[in-house]
Structures are given as structure tokens and as C-alpha cells.
Ligand binder design. Structure first.
Ligand code: ADP
Length: 520
């Protein structure tokens, strides 16, 4: 530590020689000042000091006056001080004069401290003097150091943040960005600084953005400020991606700045899409499950009801048979036996049909692309005898399409519909059968149309239920349309009937998946 100049010990008078009594108010003001004010002459010798200077250097005015200003500093500032002053007087070059400098100050007790020193020239008439204003910036230095440390820490955090952080000015020009922003958008730091933020947005947001900022500055109406929004970002290579954007506003030093925090939400969006897909799948499965539950209920009811009826017949005739045999009456035995056997046969055929019905949807053959025309021809051939017997005219619509599904089941489906058309055109003079397609709800609908007895509106929704028969005189089991419905639905399609009522024929319509190798 440098020792203070030995001349510090010599006491001087307490009044500044150049201050007169009229200077008293100035003196009071100087002493009230928090900054140390020292006047020196051209040689750098101290002529007066204020109270703050005494406090700063731990001295009395008497200790200071007459000393050289350099004695209030340590090396190398001490040497520089004298040199700068001499240089200024000789050349007018200002190294020290007129500007503030950070130097190492030295108190009377030898302790040193960081000092901000500014020396200014003053003329008192012909006399040139200098005033030195000094203040202790030890704490300021510490505070600045802390500030710098905090700033560099924040910068480091910002650089390594998972989110892209971009600051822009009022005109939307980029002022700063972190490394994540560079990586996210594929631009280098320098490529983005000074660019308009709209560069990072695809059209039409790019064009809208300037208008938005201007509208906000004009009206103060916020659209994205303070709210986090999902928007679209545009990389340097032109590719776009979904991003979450949160913009906040700050006014450091009265200047308005915006900070945008951007997060790439590509994977979140993908997860959301997947979740949505799973939710819809789940919903579909639930619907399917409740449909099949309802179907099961109907099925159980129908089976117990329809199987019971031949059983009741059998039980009744067996009882009669027993009574007649006991009474020795054998006349009607043959009739009873034949009724019992018919009921048993009916029950057998019901059970067979039920078995077939239950297999639909459970036994699945590989799906293939099948031209509907091929399927129609195959079925017409299968039903050829009954079609011929009925004298039915068959038409294949020209716009037949290619469908995709389990060929075996689709033949069953079409066969059921064609057999019904043959059955229910019994007393029609000129029976017609038409197989074809039309477009409805942007979907290809296949149909089997006849000009038979038709179906009344209220009955139309019931005919697809198991064992539902509107016309008990016509032979049948009431299983055909239930099976047709099951086949269509197991392929993901729908089936319905269109008919204007009794005597107007009917059209059985159904949809099926389109062929994979066809645009239809
Ligand atoms: P069924 O064995 O009685 O034909 P389906 O399940 O095939 O059983 O048909 C159910 C009922 O729907 C039939 O009994 C009939 O009343 C009515 N139906 C089906 N197809 C036609 C059609 N083409 N014309 C008029 N009615 C029909």
C-alpha cells in the first residue's frame, strides 16, 4: 500500500484563502454536496476542499490544502495525474480534463478505494483553476460487478433455454435471439439481427404481422400480447412447423421492446392428433359395443321366442299323442307325428340359420377387390332356377363399381337380397330385378331393386331385426336381412331400404368399402 505523502501531516488553516465572506453561500452549498469537490491550481496543488472531500479522504481541509492532487491517488494514477495535467497545460490535450476517469483513490490513513474522478477547467477572471469532483465507487463497482454477473448468468440461461427467445423493437426488428432460436429457425444469429420478425412466419401471417404491430401501437388493442397462442413458424428452408408463441412487452429506459418466447410444439401436436385419433377409435368401439349389446338383447329375445314356438308345438302334440295312445285311439297319430317332425325340422333349420348368423363377423376371410358385376352374375347364376321360375327380368346397371371385402360373405349378402326380391314379387305381373349403384352423400351406394310388394314406411326399420317377418305366409326364417345387415356392418358399411309402400316395390341399398386399387 502506498503511504500518503508526508506533507499530509502539516496543518494548514481551516479557511480557503481564495474564498471571501461573499463566497459563504457557495461554500455552504459545496459543503452540502455529496460529491467531493476539490479545487486545484495549474500546478495541481489543492486550494480548497468541501466537507464531502474530507469525509471521502478521512482528512481535515487543513490536511489537504497545499497538497498535490496526485497525493489522493495511488500509482500509476498518481504519476499519470501529474503528467496529464502538465501535458494539458503544454499542449491542450485532454487526457484527464473534462472527462470522468476511474482511478484508485487513497485516504489519509493509506486505505485505497475505487474512485471516479472528473477534473474540469474553470477561469476566475485571468486565473485558471481546476475543480476535481471525486466519488467513492467501491459499492458502485460491486453493484456493477453483480449486475454483470447476473446478466451473464441470465444470458447463459437464455442461451441454453429449451425455448427460443427473441426480442424485437417497436418496428418488429429483431434485436437479440438465443441459440435455441437459431437452431429452431435454421438462421445464424447475424442473419436474423435487424430483420423483421415476420421473416419467421409463413404467409399470410407474415403479411398480417406488420399490420398487427401497427394496429397495436396505434390502438393498444392486444391480440397476442400476454396470451400464449399456437401459431405457425417458418424455417429458413421454407418448411413450416407449429409453435407456441408468448409475447410480452417491456419498456426499459422508456423504449418499447417485445420479447417472444417460442416453443416448437410439433411433437405435442402429433401427440394431440394421435390422442384425438385414439379417442375417436375408442368412441367408435364404444358405439360398436353398444350396438352389439343391443343386437345381443334382440337376438336373445328373438331366439328364445322363435325357438320356443316349435318346442310348444312339439310338447302339445306329444301330450296329445300320449293321451290318444293311452285311450287306444290311433287315428290321428300319424298326423301328430308329422306335426312333431315338422316342428323339429323347423327348429333344426332355425338353429342352422342361427349358427350361420353367428359366424358372420366372427369368421373373416381375406378381403379382396371384387367388381360388383362379377358378384351380381355369380348370385344370379346361383338363383337362376327361381329367377327363371318367376319369369323375372334381370338388369345390371352400367355404372357397377369395384368393391372390397370378404367375397364369400358378399355373395351371401347379395344372394339374400336377390332371393327376397324373387320371393316378394310372387304375384307381380312383370317381375323385375335390377342390381346397380348410384352416388349419394359422395359415396357409392349399391342396390338391389324389385317391383314387388314393397314395404310400408313404419316397417322399414324393423325388417333388419332377427326373425322379423312382415309376411308370415311367405316362406322364410326372418334371418336373411339380419344376416345381410351383419355382413354389411362387419365391412364398415350401412344398409337400408327405400320403398314407397305396399305395391311399389323396394330397393335394398348398402354401402361397402371401395376397392383399394380403384378410385370409385
Ligand atoms: P325372410 O326369411 O322372411 O325373407 P328376411 O330377413 O330376409 O327374412 O326379411 C325380413 C322381412 O322383410 C321379410 O319377411 C319381408 O317381410 C320383408 N322383405 C324383405 N325383402 C323384401 C322385399 N324385397 N320386398 C318386400 N318385403 C321384403
Amino acid at each position: 500500500m502506498t503511504q500518503p505523502d508526508e506533507s499530509f501531516d502539516s496543518p494548514f488553516g481551516t479557511h480557503h484563502p481564495s474564498l471571501t465572506e461573499t463566497d459563504a453561500p457557495a461554500r455552504i452549498a459545496l459543503d452540502a454536496s455529496l460529491a467531493a469537490v476539490i479545487t486545484i491550481n495549474e500546478q495541481g496543488v489543492i486550494e480548497s476542499v468541501n466537507a464531502a472531500a474530507n469525509r471521502l479522504f478521512g482528512s481535515r481541509e487543513a490536511d489537504m490544502v497545499g497538497q498535490h492532487l496526485r497525493n489522493l491517488m495511488t500509482s500509476p494514477d498518481r504519476e499519470n495525474c501529474a503528467e496529464y495535467l502538465a501535458k494539458y497545460l503544454a499542449t491542450g490535450r485532454k487526457n484527464f480534463i473534462g472527462r470522468g476517469r476511474e482511478v484508485m483513490g487513497q485516504r489519509l490513513d493509506g486505505t485505497i478505494f475505487s474512485m471516479l474522478l472528473s477534473v474540469n477547467e474553470v477561469w476566475l477572471g485571468e486565473q485558471r483553476k481546476f475543480t476535481a469532483v471525486a466519488c467513492d465507487i467501491t459499492n458502485l463497482g460491486k453493484a456493477i460487478g453483480k449486475l454483470e454477473e447476473t446478466e451473464s448468468r441470465s444470458r447463459a440461461i437464455l442461451q441454453s433455454a429449451a425455448d427460443a427467445v427473441i426480442t424485437i423493437d417497436e418496428r418488429g426488428e429483431i434485436e437479440s435471439l438465443n441459440a435455441t432460436a437459431e437452431n429452431l429457425f435454421g438462421y445464424s444469429h447475424n442473419e436474423l439481427i435487424g430483420q423483421n420478425i415476420s421473416l419467421l412466419m409463413p404467409s399470410p401471417y407474415r403479411e398480417d404481422h406488420d399490420n398487427y404491430i401497427n394496429a397495436y401501437l396505434r390502438t393498444g388493442q392486444r391480440k397476442i400480447l400476454g396470451i400464449s397462442r399456437d401459431v405457425v413458424g417458418c424455417r429458413k428452408d421454407g418448411t413450416t412447423f407449429p409453435m407456441e408463441l408468448a409475447v410480452s412487452e417491456a419498456k426499459p429506459g422508456g423504449q418499447r421492446h417485445f420479447t417472444a418466447i417460442i416453443r416448437d410444439i410439433t411433437s405435442r401436436k402429433a401427440a394431440e392428433r394421435q390422442l384425438k385419433y385414439f379417442a375417436s377409435q375408442l368412441q367408435e368401439r364404444n358405439l360398436e359395443l353398444s350396438r352389439s349389446n343391443e343386437e345381443l338383447e334382440r337376438f336373445t329375445y328373438a331366439v328364445s321366442h322363435d325357438l320356443k314356438s316349435p318346442l310348444v308345438t312339439i310338447k302339445g302334440f306329444v301330450g296329445r299323442l300320449q293321451r290318444h295312445v293311452e285311450a287306444g285311439e290311433f287315428n290321428e297319430i300319424e298326423d301328430y307325428l308329422s306335426r312333431i317332425s315338422n316342428a323339429a325340422a323347423r327348429m333344426g333349420s332355425l338353429l342352422d340359420n342361427l349358427l350361420t348368423y353367428s359366424r358372420v363377423g366372427r369368421v373373416v376371410n381375406p378381403h379382396e377387390d371384387i367388381p360388383l358385376a362379377d358378384l351380381a352374375r355369380e348370385v344370379i347364376e346361383l338363383c337362376d332356377i327361381s329367377i327363371q321360375d318367376r319369369g323375372m327380368q334381370v338388369t345390371l346397371n352400367e355404372q357397377l363399381t369395384v368393391i372390397r371385402g370378404d367375397r364369400f360373405r358378399l355373395v351371401e349378402l347379395l344372394q339374400n337380397l336377390v332371393e327376397n326380391s324373387v320371393k316378394f314379387t310372387k304375384d307381380v305381373p312383370n317381375p323385375q330385378l335390377e342390381i346397380g349403384t348410384f352416388t349419394k352423400w359422395q359415396q357409392t351406394v349399391c342396390y338391389v331393386r324389385d317391383n314387388g310388394i314393397g314395404i310400408e314406411q313404419p316397417q322399414q326399420q324393423h325388417i333388419f331385426n332377427l326373425f322379423e317377418q312382415l309376411n308370415r305366409e311367405v316362406p322364410g326364417s326372418g334371418i336373411g336381412l339380419a344376416m345381410a345387415k351383419r355382413i354389411v356392418e362387419s365391412h364398415g358399411g350401412r344398409i337400408w331400404v327405400e320403398s314407397d309402400g305396399i305395391g311399389s316395390g323396394c330397393t335394398m341399398c348398402f354401402t361397402l368399402p371401395a376397392a383399394e386399387n380403384s378410385s370409385s
